[in-house]
Write a new protein. Structure first.
Length: 131
């Protein structure tokens, strides 16, 4: 997350939509490793037919007690996407409510209370070497 967040700060225009950081038209998200690695791009389609592009910016922690191969298990189901919200105080992308305790992301309108119908990998925008 840190490396991609730094790339967003220094190499891109710090664009965002709905309070979610974006790179090249892709919303930055955290997802389980089932869906890819940091830099993997995907198309998300909701059950209402709305679709949008995302890029994995962070991996959900496999060490969390509520981790599953699809995401974090919550009382309402599985949390597949975690949005990388824009922290305007510091000017960089951070995870939203799950880590920061704040929810600055606007998922109203066509995204509100929607389930995911399909997730399709569309490519790899960046590759990072960890270590």
């Amino acid at each position: 997350q840190y490396k991609l967040g730094q790339k967003w700060i220094h190499e891109f225009d710090k664009s965002c939509d709905r309070g979610i950081a974006m790179i090249n038209g892709h919303y930055l998200v955290a997802m389980a490793q089932t869906f890819g690695t940091v830099g993997t791009t995907l198309k998300i389609e909701l059950v209402n037919g709305t679709s949008f592009k995302v890029m994995i910016a962070d991996a959900k922690s496999t060490g969390d007690s509520n981790y599953s191969s699809w995401g974090h298990i919550k009382n309402y189901g599985v949390n597949i996407l975690e949005w990388q919200s824009v922290n305007t105080r510091n000017g960089y992308a951070v995870e939203t409510s799950s880590n920061s305790g704040r929810n600055e992301v606007d998922v109203s309108g066509d995204w509100f209370h929607q389930q995911i119908r399909t997730i399709t990998q569309t490519g790899q925008m960046f590759s990072f070497t960890w270590g």
